[in-house]
Design a protein around this ligand. Sequence first.
Ligand code: NAD
Ligand code: G6P
Ligand code: MN
Length: 444
Amino acid sequence: MKTRNLKIVIAGGGSTYTPGIVQALIKSREKINFNEICLYDIDKARVEDMYLIVKYQLESEGLANEVNLSATLDPEKAFTNSDFVFSQIRVGGLKMREIDEKIPLKHGIVGQETCGLGGFSYGLRTIGEIIKLVGYILKYAPNAWILNYTNPETIVSEAVRRVYPNIRMINACDMTISIEETIARDYGYDRKNWIPIYYGLNHFGWYHSIYDISVDRDIMPEILERLKSDGLKAADFNAGDKTWQEAWDMLAKISTNFPGAIPNNYLEYYLYSEETVEKMNPEYTRANMIMDGREKRTKEMANKIRQHVDDKVLDFNFGEHGQYIVDMAVSILNNDHGRYMLIVENKGAIPNLRDDAMVEVPAYVGRNGVEPISLRFDIPDFHKGLMEAQNASEKLLVDAYFEKSYNKALQAFTLNQTVPNANIAKDVLDEFILANKGYWPELN
Ligand code: NAD
Ligand code: G6P
Ligand code: MN
């Protein structure tokens, strides 16, 4: 493997998260020696905007001459000679995310990007495109590492594994790191001292323990006490975004009502679906907030650069999101064996769960890829039961894609724990079929 003069490609280069990843790359340049960044996308206007922003970032750091930046819609140009591909595509864009969120809400059930039926709609749209993307990468850069953030992660990783079981692809989610970062900051810990054990499916899991090496004990019990007594406060950079404060409030509520484990905040959609629906505005959902917020700010950054406004051009902060994935690339490159929560085929990592579930567990990352850590204990029945139903419904959805089966899709929708009965499952499925014309396979 090449370790110097690396070429890094961002697939979905027009994504609003690109500046954060580039910032982390620049910060880590001593550990990841790249001289080429390529932004690959299917949307010319978006990727041109992002080209300007990244160029500005490189210039600001005095790297414009050292790093060759390009933007392209051509997969051959993008992936040839690449070493790492960061993948973050959104199939159908935020416009389709809005539909994913609004159709279920119209029927009184959870409308969310990755959870519930919105996530299923997004999943059936994404499978074909991600498989195509991986196919390009394997064709033009068979040795490249694909570090994937593209959602919905469990469905994406399950589908890719069925077509390409043994590839250099790592599926990661920033939620656990964000939970840890938020807890550590709010309660005054240094999470660099932590050895957390977590298990679940993506956006559907629990911490089992958090061993802190500075005090040589599991500090999860005291964190659970703080959650119960004080709640959890969003980071300042999320201050204007009430969704995150609400998510942390729900995390505190779940851990208080079901003591013994810190939950992933996304469980709110499954355990308290009615309450989350009541809080949502069916006319103005998270997709609208992102279009009016993060997406708008991204366009403004590009426009300021175009107009040579040199005042406060860069306007983004996504916490650890970019650094987390860049650290993973560094860990591969330098064989660091850093520890990350990753989405992998279970194969005994959670001993009392089916082997072929895609689970999220701690894993070491080095030059030979991902080495998942086996929990070596059975998870409790409450978590196991919830996970088994969720996993079966996600697997049925992926079956529905490959078999083009309406019946399997209806089973998947009905089994999803945000859905109260089969009538609603069918109504929402039928509406999604119409809304996703051209994106979903035709189901028979
Ligand atoms: P976005 O719409 O701003 O950006 C996505 C980009 O992907 C767009 O520029 C779009 O044109 C491009 N795109 C769409 N289909 C493509 C294809 N087939 N090939 C190449 N490019 C394509 O979306 P965003 O809000 O920045 O999020 C991007 C992705 O990252 C989403 O899937 C989102 O769910 C995911 N995400 C995941 C995590 C995680 O923890 N796993 C965290 C944040 C975001
Ligand atoms: C977290 C999750 C991601 C999800 C994102 C949504 O980072 O881990 O999987 O995509 O939140 O953020 P948004 O601001 O787009 O709603
Ligand atoms: Mn995630």
